[in-house]
Write a protein that binds this ligand. Structure first.
Ligand code: FAD
Length: 473
């Protein structure tokens, strides 16, 4: 029998649940990737860049194993593309790993029925999470909305062992034709990805190397370093996980095998459960990808000011740490987690702009854009999600920068026009005496913007808005 193996957010050949099953059952395997545009959350610009190279990497792994990855532009109609392939190659079964985005669930449910009507056997397997969103239930039977009890419950579930199989024994269906990777037009037309090449390498084997370094030492220092914005203290495995080039189980087992300590469990491994938690929330509360989990927040009177949002996007707010973070995002396709929390808080609280503007911008510019994590991160920051930071907790971006970028390396790297300022004024250039500014070559309003808002005033604006919102609810 011939099995069409449909790759989606699982772009790897190792520890692949659907591939493992197809091999175990002795089928001939046709590996397929269909590129789809469209939907409410079409693949963002930076993710497309990543996807281009991730597909190149998957395609060459399939070739090394003796097969050929058939790639096709889905053209917004994956059903027709699948039907064509099924007919042309006499396919008996279609296997895939589950995606949990609401639109994907809706599409897959219909597809299953339609492909079965065509006489195909269709099976879906676990997706790229440690525990499937529906497999963790609170003691009273429903989904969790708070992380810590969720995590405690997860820790009573064993992480499954890795799927083992011999790729050299696979009998591949060799399909001719399809589209070339270049036909998907995934790389940007403007020269915006220049710096990406120095920082990122989307090949799976590079993800494996990063994992090796992490397991071999970096994971131990994670707890101490993860909040320091100027230090490479986090793993940067996000995009490999987002596209399923590494499974979270591969990461978990590798780290546990080399670091059995509780410190690593409550540090690095806990983050993998935050990731799972965001999938749990997205699955159980699908409306959250476009509106707040706490529905009363729909009434919040956000201001919609395009110029303010643009200044934030372009790193021109005049608040150095915010500008550093937003420029890091634009230049490198990534932003440090603490910086993500600071810029999100600043946008929604000090500037009073809808969190959705921020979520859409991150979606387009992050190489690790992930709908579940992004939604949870933004709603956490805006105070309208599960287990969210309370709205009245307003980060002070200046004191946060002085604490978590205490030598100013991060700000100096991404806001070079302030690099010569002494640490005392680096995060508050408007307080610097004229001679200090002159010596550093800074002219506020000319070489660097005046602050878009006084940080203390912004905090009060946020608290007043919250008070009005509470009274209206
Ligand atoms: P590490 O610190 O090395 O962590 C390892 C992995 O654990 C990450 O790759 C990620 O998969 C997971 N993880 C870590 N922190 C979190 C977290 N807080 N929530 C959920 N999963 C986590 N993460 C994304 O993967 N995609 C997004 O689109 C995204 N958007 C965010 C938006 C906002 C406003 C905020 C506050 C956070 C967002 N995050 C997102 C979570 C977090 O910032 C990133 O996962 C992390 O910075 C990625 O860097 P890393 O791979 O070095 O992570």
């Amino acid at each position: 029998k011939k099995c069409l193996l449909w790759f989606r957010k699982d772009l790897r050949l190792t520890d692949h649940p659907a591939l493992a099953k197809a091999i175990e059952e002795g089928y001939e395997i046709l590996p397929v990737f269909l590129y789809e545009e469209g939907g409410d959350w079409p693949v963002g610009g930076a993710s497309k860049w990543w996807l281009h190279y991730a597909l190149e990497s998957l395609s060459s792994s399939v070739s090394d194993a003796g097969g050929r990855l058939l790639m096709k532009e889905g053209g917004g109609d994956v059903r027709s593309s699948l039907e064509e392939i099924i007919e042309e190659h006499g396919i008996d079964l279609v296997y895939w790993c589950r995606c949990y985005e609401p639109e994907a669930i809706e599409r897959d449910t219909v597809l299953k029925r339609e492909l079965r009507d065509l006489g195909c056997e269709v099976k879906s397997f676990e997706g790229n999470v440690l525990n499937e969103p529906f497999s963790i239930e609170s003691k009273s039977g429903g989904p969790y909305k708070v992380f810590t009890p969720y995590w405690k419950m997860c820790r009573t579930h064993e992480v499954r062992s890795l799927y083992e199989y011999d790729l050299s024994k696979v009998r591949w269906v060799m399909a001719e034709g399809g589209d070339a990777l270049e036909d998907f037009d995934l790389l940007p037309r403007i020269d915006w990805d220049r710096e990406f090449y120095a920082i990122w390498d989307a090949r799976r084997e590079v993800g494996e190397r990063i994992l090796s370094d992490l397991a071999g030492g970096k994971a131990m220092a994670y707890g101490e370093q993860r909040d320091l914005m100027g230090v490479e203290g986090t793993s940067r495995l996000g995009p490999y996980l987002a596209w399923g080039q590494l499974s979270p189980q591969e990461v978990w087992h590798r780290i546990v095998a080399e670091n059995a300590s509780e410190e690593v469990h409550s540090g690095y491994l806990r983050q993998l459960y935050w990731r799972d938690f965001s999938y749990h929330l997205m699955y159980h509360f699908p409306h959250t990808v476009s509106s707040p989990l706490r529905e009363e927040w729909k009434l919040f009177a956000w201001k919609g000011d395009g110029e303010v949002v643009q200044a934030w996007q372009e790193g021109r707010t005049g608040i150095p740490i915010i500008d550093a973070a937003m420029r890091q995002l634009w230049q490198t396709g990534w932003m440090h987690n603490r910086a993500r929390m600071l810029v999100a808080c600043f946008l929604v609280k000090h500037l009073q702009q809808d969190w959705m503007y921020g979520a859409r911008w991150f979606w387009d510019t992050l190489v690790d854009a992930d709908l579940a994590n992004n939604t949870m991160g933004w709603q956490w920051s805006a105070g309208c999600g599960a287990d969210a930071a309370p709205y009245f907790r307003v980060f002070n971006p200046i004191t946060q920068a002085e604490k978590f970028d205490s030598h100013g390396d991060y700000v100096r790297r991404y806001v070079p026009e302030l690099a010569k300022l002494p640490m005392k004024y680096l995060n508050r250039p408007w307080e610097a005496p004229a001679d200090v500014l002159e010596n550093a070559g800074v002219e506020l309003g000319k070489t660097y913007p005046e602050p878009i808002i006084d940080v203390a005033v912004g905090r009060q604006v946020a608290l007043d808005a919250y008070q009005r919102f509470k009274e209206a609810c």
